[in-house]
Design a protein around this ligand. Structure first.
Ligand SMILES: Nc1ncnc2c1ncn2[C@@H]1O[C@H](COP(=O)(O)OP(=O)(O)O)[C@@H](O)[C@H]1O
Ligand SMILES: [Mg+2]
Length: 302
């Protein structure tokens, strides 16, 4: 198992204005104008992830909905404390892979997994896996903010209460810590009994992230967490991702390539259920190895 203390403190990303984003990452992608620094080369060294730092390991992992393939033979290690972005055209298996990491897909009948997917060295598709524990360790944030129709306070204490925490002082402490870590404390601290549904979309999404933190996860999965938010609320979530990185391992699916470039250390490009290319984000966006990656990031398809 991994200790938070093992994680080296990473440089926090600077403020997320377009000016601060290197030109090669700016919004030219959608206009099909990203300039590539040089010829794509398969021999570029990747920054390797040592087995001890691979909190998630996927080995020939495939997932099927009935006879339909969702993802096929995914081989990918994810580094502890890092932010990993998954990009690719619609229907390419991004959500399938993400939801496989806390077995959310199991809720769909007639599904089947093959290969190995492990978290913290444990094969999560093994029969012995306790799904409640797994989902406490691997939290999830969805596309649309989905707070419970309860108070802000009760949203945060829901998970800890299920874990058996009853002390009011302890619950108060968790609420304050998680709302602070979720970068929403200052906005809500005077009215914790207010309904979570009365918050703005961006506040709701930060509350949902704070709620995820309350069960002390190791990994946070985010499936297009900003797609229902305006640019300002999006920037706040991106800032928050930068804050959480290091303490937590974050895997984020995004259809927004600028967002992937801004927030992630590594990027995985999926296409038609397969992992086409996976590497350091800077390299993948400026000098991809595969033609399909280049075509996608330059807006030629997808
Ligand atoms: N609940 C489901 N039942 C059947 N097929 C599904 C289901 N969810 C996803 N799929 C299929 O799996 C493939 C990958 O989908 P998905 O992971 O949602 O892609 P993405 O998130 O990249 O848009 C697609 O072909 C999709 O139609
Ligand atoms: Mg999806």
């Amino acid at each position: 198992m991994f200790e938070v203390s093992e994680i080296t403190e990473k440089t926090k990303s600077e403020s997320l204005t377009m000016e601060s984003i290197p030109i090669s990452k700016q919004s030219e992608a959608t206009a099909g104008k990203i300039k590539l620094d040089g010829p794509a080369s398969a021999s570029q060294p990747e920054t390797p992830i040592t087995p001890e730092r691979a909190i998630i390991q996927s080995r020939d992992f495939s997932f099927f909905y009935g006879s339909k393939m969702g993802v096929e033979k995914i081989n990918m290690d994810i580094e502890i404390g890092s932010v990993t972005a998954i990009i690719g055209p619609s229907g390419c298996g991004k959500s399938t892979f993400l939801r496989s990491i806390n077995r959310m897909n199991d809720l769909i009948p007639q599904t089947r997994a093959e290969g190995v997917l492990s978290v913290g060295g444990q094969d999560i598709y093994d029969k012995s896996t306790n799904l409640v524990n797994l989902r406490q360790q691997v939290g999830m944030v969805f596309q649309r903010p989905n707070p419970f129709a309860k108070s802000i306070y009760d949203n945060i204490t829901y998970g800890p209460k299920l874990q058996g925490i009853r002390s009011k002082a302890k619950l108060d402490e968790i609420v304050e810590r998680c709302l602070k870590a979720g970068a929403i404390w200052d906005e809500v601290k005077d009215d914790l009994q207010k309904s979570a549904l009365a918050l703005s979309g961006g506040q709701q999404q930060r509350l949902c992230i704070a709620r995820t933190l309350a069960t002390m996860p190791k990994v946070i999965l985010m499936d297009e967490p900003c797609s229902a938010l305006d640019p300002l609320a999006t920037a706040r979530i991106e800032d928050l991702i930068a804050e959480l990185k290091g303490t937590y391992t974050i895997v984020i699916v995004t259809h927004n390539m600028q967002q992937a470039a801004r927030v992630s250390d590594r990027t995985a490009f999926f296409c038609l259920g397969k992992l086409v290319e996976y590497g350091m984000t800077d390299k993948l966006f400026t000098n991809p190895r595969e033609q399909a990656t280049e075509d996608y990031i330059t807006g030629r398809f997808g």
